[in-house]
Design a protein around this ligand. Structure first.
Ligand code: ME8
Length: 651
């Protein structure tokens, strides 16, 4: 099956914000999901670069318009590359092929008798690049969409016979009930069209930054209306009006837009396509708008959320997961760091991350990392069947763009896993000598994680690739077919240890840290300190000596550093995840950043004071302390001479 998915093309009058990232994440998810099931897929995104608005923005900066457009367009493209968006083409409306494609489309509309020349006088909003009838204006002449003042423009114009398509459009909506999603928006569109469609002015003479008329019209003072130019990108990208090489991807399977531009996509665009004798897209999905901490984002308020910043602090895939999980498609959503952190801690760290850590930990202890699914169906057929029942409901949610429901359902698989561990307690089964049963439960969890990872792949591609790698397989159409379609289990494999994928976050990472916290960042973590557990019994003698028993009250252990990261806004602290042979790694905040880089520590061994009372440093829990020695040359960690099993006791 062919699958063509598009995002809107973004105006180059400003850099990307989270609204742009949201549409692009959803489009990328749909494309990845289609590729995974084996569909031939094409994902299009790009930039919308013509029109008065862009011309004015460039002039304001004193730059030639094309240079200005080049610069901003590149920031979008770079962002999508940084975010690993799997687009097949990044179209720009200033591309020569696009311009000639639009001219070919215009010529076809003329040939069809759908274009005529007349005069237009009306209230024009430059910001929205749209004329509005007097009756729709707000506050004495303001634009009904953005509220800005409109100006009266009278000019010669070519018109598109939109009115001719009023009935065909209504009939189309009637016959294709899922053409517009969500359904509530469909009703809005229908009532707008029922209210009557006026012919549409589709050329301008008041500026020249746009696509010119086809040569056949010999009318150089006219340029195309920017929305006609922009909408055509969806077919010029496929070669319309040129080689037409990719036109077999048309009609698009899903075209994603924000609710504010639905009218252009659900009314003008289908009418243009009817005029061109082309089929209509299968679905137009209109998403809601994002606010920040409950407020509308605007440059003047300085509260626009920069997607790069969010990704830098929280990770692009966690951000992506949050956006799709948090808000039902079509509804407005609110971005707050607290909501993002909560999702990361509860869904990602607690549910998914812990399940993986526990699987790795148990397999290490009970079977030297080997996972064998041989007895899974003997002891756990119910869990496997329940997981498959859930999985079978997922494609419909993806199809309906209900990604929050998709994820909500998918997460039930992790609940099945966690419940199975509690109920079957493999550690007790091992003690009772029921090794097969214990190992079957561990293998069940590994299989649930594998299947869930495949289904989560389109939303968190890199993260799930790491999970799959730990579980000895790769996420491909072939593994989708075996694990999901055929409902098979994993082959016998050795599980790989991976650093915890979702460290818990306690404090917002993007806000200014309170000053007091910054100043109070010296960690006690790096000198040999003996925590006295019971003051009476452990009092140091008058001679300054302690007994051997007193010494052994300090639990010192060998730890392996699984992950290390810098603590934002701190010059001294590193956050480490250290395996000390327990079910979960410990989080240790150590004041060693001036002496060690985070990367140099991963995989090395350290000595850990393991029975210190947990303490909070800069709002983060520290569950231990590293031994180190310091002199005038600086600080160095105390390490075992040779590598020892994590958790080995020192003393
Ligand atoms: O409209 N939350 O481009 P654009 C969510 N060039 N989405 C938001 C948003 C927010 N706060 N703010 C904007 C254009 N958007 C045209 C499209 S397509 C042929 C031409 C969304 O850069 C908005 O709804 O102004 C739209 O879908 C997209 O960002 C691009 O807006």
């Amino acid at each position: 099956m062919k699958n063509y998915i598009t995002t809107p093309i973004y105006y180059v009058n400003g850099e990307a914000h989270i609204g742009h990232a949201y549409t692009t994440f959803i489009a990328d998810t749909l494309a990845r999901s289609a590729r995974l099931v084996g569909d031939e897929t094409y994902l299009l995104t790009g930039t919308d670069e013509h029109g008065q608005k862009i011309e004015e923005a460039a002039a304001k900066q004193g730059k030639p318009t094309l240079q200005f457009a080049d610069e901003i367009s590149a920031t979008f493209k770079n962002l999508w590359d940084e975010f690993d968006i799997s687009y097949d083409q990044f179209i720009r409306t200033t591309d020569e092929k696009h311009k000639s494609g639009v001219q070919a489309a215009f010529a076809k509309m003329v040939e069809k008798g759908d274009i005529y020349k007349d005069f237009y006088e009306g209230n024009y909003c430059v910001s929205c690049e749209t004329f509005f009838p007097e009756s729709q204006l707000v506050d004495g002449g303001g634009c009904p969409d953005c509220g800005r003042a409109t100006t009266i423009v009278k000019e010669e114009s070519y018109f598109f016979r939109l009115s001719k398509y009023e009935q065909p459009l209504l009939q189309y909506y009637e016959e294709h009930t899922d053409f517009i999603l969500p359904k509530s928006r469909r009703n809005e569109v229908i009532s707008f069209v029922r209210g009557g469609l006026h012919d549409l002015s589709v050329t301008r003479t008041s500026f020249s930054w746009g696509v010119h008329m086809p040569d056949s019209l010999n009318d150089p003072k006219h340029v195309m209306y920017v929305w006609l130019d922009a909408l055509m990108n969806y077919i010029t990208a496929l070669g319309y009006g040129n080689d037409g090489k990719l036109m077999d991807f048309w009609p698009a399977s899903t075209q994603l837009v924000g609710k504010d531009i639905l009218r252009f996509h659900a009314i003008y665009w289908p009418a243009f396509l009817m005029s061109l004798d082309l089929p209509l897209p299968k679905r137009i999905g209109a998403h809601g708008w994002w606010t920040r901490d409950g407020e509308k984002m605007s440059k003047s308020k300085g509260n626009v959320v920069d997607p790069r910043e969010v990704a830098k602090h929280y990770g692009v895939e966690n951000f992506r997961y949050f956006m799709m999980r948090e808000v039902p498609f079509g509804q407005d959503g609110d971005f707050s760091q607290r909501a993002l952190i909560d999702r990361m801690n509860s869904d990602l760290s607690n549910d998914l991350g812990n399940l993986l850590n526990r699987t790795i930990g148990m397999s290490e202890k009970y079977s030297d990392f080997c996972i064998d699914s041989v007895d899974v169906l003997k002891y756990h057929s119910k869990e496997i069947n329940d997981a498959h029942a859930i999985i079978s409901t997922l494609p419909a949610f993806m199809y309906d763009l209900q990604l929050h429901r998709y994820l909500e359902e998918l997460w039930k698989i992790f609940s099945i896993g966690n419940k199975a561990i509690e109920e079957h307690a493999p550690w007790i089964k091992i003690k009772e000598g029921k090794t097969d049963e214990a190992l079957a439960t561990v293998a069940l969890i590994a299989n649930l994680l594998a299947k869930a990872s495949v289904m989560l792949h389109s939303i968190m591609p890199k993260t799930t690739a790491i999970v799959a790698d730990a579980l000895g397989f790769e996420i491909t159409t072939a593994s989708y077919n075996t694990l999901i379609i055929a409902n098979n289990l994993l082959e016998t494999f050795d599980i790989k240890k991976v650093p915890p994928l979702f460290p818990r976050i306690d404090e917002p990472l993007m806000d200014e840290a309170p000053k007091a916290m910054l100043e109070n960042e010296t960690a006690p973590a790096v000198s040999v300190v003996v925590e006295m557990i019971d003051k009476k019994e452990t009092t140091v003698g008058e001679d300054g000596l302690i007994t051997i028993d007193q010494f052994f009250q300090t639990s010192l252990k060998i730890g392996t550093v699984l992950a290390a990261m810098e603590v934002p806004k701190s010059t001294k602290l590193l956050k480490l995840h250290v395996d000390v042979g327990e079910e979960y790694p410990r989080q240790i905040i150590a004041g060693i950043r001036e002496y060690y880089s985070a990367a140099s520590l991963v995989g090395t061994q350290v000595c850990v004071v393991a029975n210190l009372k947990p303490a909070k440093l800069m709002g983060m829990l520290s569950e231990g302390m590293l031994l180190a020695a310091k002199d005038i040359d600086g600080l160095c960690l105390i390490r075992p001479e040779k590598s020892r099993i994590a958790g080995s006791s020192i003393g």
